[in-house]
Ligand binder design. Structure first.
Ligand code: ATP
Ligand code: FE2
Length: 344
């Protein structure tokens, strides 16, 4: 049974994001309007993200983050009509903390519960923010690198990384240089420093493998070769710049091919790596050459955030779906094309 409030579209939707390093609560209003999230990201002093440590971090932060969000928005818990959470894909222990919080809040308030697909949430917040209709999506995050288009009621993966995600590659490269997680923003900063010092910089001597395989991509070869450039004595800033140029050009090339194959005329960037200005610029250049339109959401909605979960929960509830308590388990391997897309 759905609750009267959610059927009548009266209440607010709370979204809970917990797939990996970030725990985040976000809200959309009764009409689906997003409000900024309240988030905290685990940043280990050394090493990568340990799923158990991340899950402990999420539990420790949850009460503070939720109360901060409700106070900031001037809402009471009784204003909520639906609790949405990331059901997958992600790290098991992290996903379970979000699902457990969602079940507890929805049972306590006796409101609807909806488990959503994290990857589809990245797409839908971008569509809402950019007002784009039927884009090819370049979804570039830590764990995922996919080129996606909507077809026959699903978001279909047209191409993807065959090994690690692009963000994961940037983070691993950075970690090897003593830069803590998340390394992507620091790689961007160092690349800019190189360009500032060398406005006419050339890639000669800084070449890396160009890993496009049809519609698919690969990043572990680029990572190994970038590490070799460092061992050979090239400056870190130069290698950061080359790494971005190669990895982003490969990703944009696949997005361009997807535009050509699908006949669509919009590209939407999503995922944490879409915060990167160089990637945004490359996408803009490619689109303008093809007379297509490039869309980039605000950075706070590119990185993992609870608001995108709330937005997708709002769409799902509006179109008649909800999650029963018995079906509220998590799915670490959930795929982008697994979720039926019943909304326009
Ligand atoms: P998913 O579960 O969707 O794979 P995720 O867990 O990787 O998500 P996101 O917040 O979507 O989380 O993305 C985080 C990634 O984005 C990290 O790898 C981080 O280094 C990268 N990133 C963030 N900002 C930048 C930037 N300015 N340039 C490059 N990479 C960035
Ligand atoms: Fe994400």
């Amino acid at each position: 049974m759905r609750t009267a409030k959610s059927i009548m579209g009266e209440g607010w939707v709370l979204g809970i994001e917990s797939t990996a390093h970030t725990f985040s609560f976000g809200l959309v209003g009764p009409d689906g309007t997003p409000r900024p999230s309240s988030s905290d990201t685990l940043r280990p002093d050394e090493g990568g993200i340990h799923p158990r440590e991340a899950a402990d971090h999420h539990v420790e932060q949850s009460t503070r983050l939720l109360s901060e969000l409700l106070v900031r928005e001037g809402l009471k818990s009784s204003d909520l009509s639906t609790i949405a959470y990331s059901q997958g894909p992600g790290m098991g222990p992290c996903l379970r903390t979000g699902a457990a919080a969602a079940r507890a809040i929805s049972s306590h308030l006796d409101v609807d519960l909806i488990g959503v697909n994290h990857c589809v949430a990245h797409i839908e917040i971008g569509r809402e923010q950019c007002g784009c209709d039927d884009p090819v999506l370049l979804y570039v995050s830590g764990g995922n690198t996919q080129v996606i288009a909507r077809l026959d009621g699903r978001y279909r993966v047209l191409g993807e990384t065959l090994d690690i995600g692009i963000g994961n590659m940037l983070d691993k490269f950075a970690r090897g240089q003593g830069i803590p997680f998340p390394g992507g923003p620091v790689v961007e900063k160092k690349a800019l420093e190189w360009l500032k010092k060398h406005p006419d910089a050339s890639l000669e001597g800084l070449e890396l493998p160009y890993a496009v395989h049809g519609m698919d991509l690969a990043f572990s070869g680029i990572l190994g070769a970038a590490n070799r450039l460092i061992r050979e004595g090239n400056p870190l800033e130069a290698v950061c710049w080359s790494l971005q140029e190669h990895a982003f050009a490969a990703s944009i090339e696949v997005a361009e091919r997807a535009l050509a194959h699908t006949g669509k005329s919009e590209v939407l960037l999503g995922g944490g790596v879409a915060c990167n200005q160089r990637l945004r610029d490359m996408c803009e250049i490619m689109c303008s050459e093809r007379e297509a339109k490039s869309h980039v959401p605000p950075r706070m909605y590119c990185i993992d955030n609870g608001t995108m979960i709330a937005r997708l929960g709002w769409l799902e509830i509006k179109h008649g779906r909800r999650t029963e308590l018995m079906e509220s388990g998590v799915d670490q391997e959930m795929r982008t094309d697994q979720t039926p897309v019943s909304w326009p």
